[in-house]
Design a protein around this ligand. Structure first.
Ligand code: PLP
Ligand code: SF4
Length: 470
């Protein structure tokens, strides 16, 4: 069966036909016409915070997603433009004073770097964790934490069409973390997959791999298809392009080539999942988005959606219910609701786990089973992805019930466990075990695991991956 994805786009259906991508950042944001609608102090705040946290917007986000009548309080504005409260007051004042004093770039840089170090950049140090070995050497650009799934970081895919102000990869975008840990070619990936028959999924990630040209992306993917690996079943591509630049699939010069690549993946018998990142209903409303979704789905790819729960952006159960319903009616499948990580402007975006669970529960109860493919709220913590299941009182004890959706040790998955109730905790490492225990089950010493006869097979490096120590 041949699918016609290359039918010409009817430009009249697009609210702005074939716009050319224009990026805005700290250097040129004052040229954005709408910026004049901000007060001088709000525009100055963008500049102050933008000196510390990454900032990139584009003409689609500015013209179609942000409601400038509501800026600076508009959620899409907050999502892409730096805001005063994203820095602690002392940090904000320090940069503001330097700018007001016309301090030179070097002093500004020094201050910005000092502040960044206080924003806990390490959770983003993910790039060096779970790095597997191939023939005794560390493999560039691959992360293998969960048995079935390998993450792949193609070198040209380490940026995005716009930056999210909450992004945990912010140190990479401000040049704090050098991203030499990226893959230049697909060869090592293929060799790795050959040696690891337990891997079924490869997840292309970044940044946003779809900022790459179709040609560059094909240079990674076509060899993977040609290798015809019996274990490989799914290729996933994590991307925010549907939200930040849907023209990637419509009118960009190589949009059709990209869709043809998707078609080749599907025709080869693999499942292709676009892991699309949406944070707000505003991102789901444009004509361009609707067309882009349709074109992607016509290739046979499936689109699954995910987002963190963010204060000031989407901390609203009704909006989540609406997002899931809208995604389903567009033909997408809700997948994850994440808890934001403890880094960068976490004090601005973060919510306590208990509050996150209440929002999830209130949203989930509103939608039909078709939308309930979503799982959350989920923390991507070092032992694995931990979902908050609820806040039951067990006997006399108030607790938080949790489970692993995904874990370093596959045998931890799907086993409910309990933490002491804590209304303020925002992350797993702040929780303590319930019922007077001193450790969570996954923190027990390996010897005790053996006694429980956990059976895990097919491991990678025991210090890095999912094999437990014996
Ligand atoms: C989320 C995640 C995956 C994918 O997990 P699935 O449960 O298969 O969606 C893989 N690797 C890492 C490091 C992750 O955080
Ligand atoms: S699109 Fe993803 S990687 Fe890019 S800035 Fe947003 S959250 Fe970060």
């Amino acid at each position: 069966m041949s699918i016609s994805i290359t039918a010409p786009i009817n430009a009249r259906h697009l609210s702005a036909a074939s716009p050319k991508y224009r990026a805005f950042n700290l250097r040129n944001f004052r040229k954005i016409p709408q910026i004049e609608r901000l007060s001088a102090s709000d525009a100055f705040a963008v500049e102050v915070v933008g000196n510390v946290l990454p900032f990139r917007a584009n003409n689609y986000v500015i013209d179609e997603l942000i409601d400038w009548d509501k800026a600076p309080d508009d959620p899409m504005f907050r999502l892409t433009f730096p805001q005063r409260n994203m820095l602690r007051p002392r940090h904000f004042d320090r940069i503001a004073n330097l700018l007001l004093d016309d301090a030179d770039q070097k002093m500004l840089q020094t201050a910005a770097t000092e502040i960044r170090w206080q924003l806990n950049p390490h959770p983003a140090g993910q790039l060096d964790k779970n790095v597997p070995r191939l023939d005794g050497k560390r493999v560039q650009g691959i992360q293998h934490k969960y048995r079935e799934t390998v993450l792949f970081f193609p070198s040209q895919g380490q940026t995005c069409h716009a930056f999210c102000s909450f992004c945990f990869r912010w140190p990479q975008f401000v040049g704090m973390e050098d991203i030499k840990f990226v893959a230049k070619e697909a060869d090592a990936l293929i060799r790795y997959l050959r040696q690891h028959p337990e891997v079924t999924d490869v997840l292309f990630t970044g940044g946003d791999p779809l900022v790459m040209t179709a040609k560059n992306l094909a240079a990674y993917i076509d060899p993977l298809l040609e290798a015809n690996l019996p274990n490989l079943r799914t290729i996933r591509i994590g991307s925010k392009s549907l939200s930040y630049w849907p023209y990637r699939f419509l009118t960009d010069r190589d949009a059709d080539d990209l869709l043809r690549l998707f078609e080749r993946i599907v025709k080869s018998g693999l499942h292709l999942a676009i892991m699309a990142h949406f944070n707000h209903t505003a991102e789901l409303k444009t004509a361009a988005l609707e067309q882009a979704v349709r074109r992607i789905r016509n290739t046979g790819a499936v689109i699954r959606t995910q987002s963190p729960l963010l204060r000031h952006i989407n901390d609203d159960a009704n909006m989540w219910a609406e997002m899931w319903r809208k995604q389903v009616s567009l033909g997408m499948i809700p997948y994850y609701m994440f808890v934001v990580r403890d880094t960068g402007a976490q004090h601005y975006f973060g919510l306590p786990l208990v509050e996150a669970w209440h929002i999830f529960q209130q949203a989930y109860q509103q939608v039909s089973g078709i939308c309930r493919t979503v799982r959350g709220p989920s923390m991507s913590a070092s032992p694995g992805k931990v979902q908050v299941l609820g806040v039951p009182t067990v006997g006399q004890d108030r607790t938080i019930a949790l489970r692993f959706l995904q874990a370093r040790n596959p045998n931890w998955v799907q086993r409910p466990f309990f933490a002491r109730y804590d209304a303020k905790a925002i992350w797993l490492d702040e929780l303590r075990p319930a019922f007077g225990k001193s450790r969570f089950f996954y923190e027990e010493r390996p010897v005790e695991f053996n006694r429980q006869s956990l059976q895990v097979t097919g491991g990678i490096d025991e210090n890095l991956g999912y094999v437990i120590r014996t």
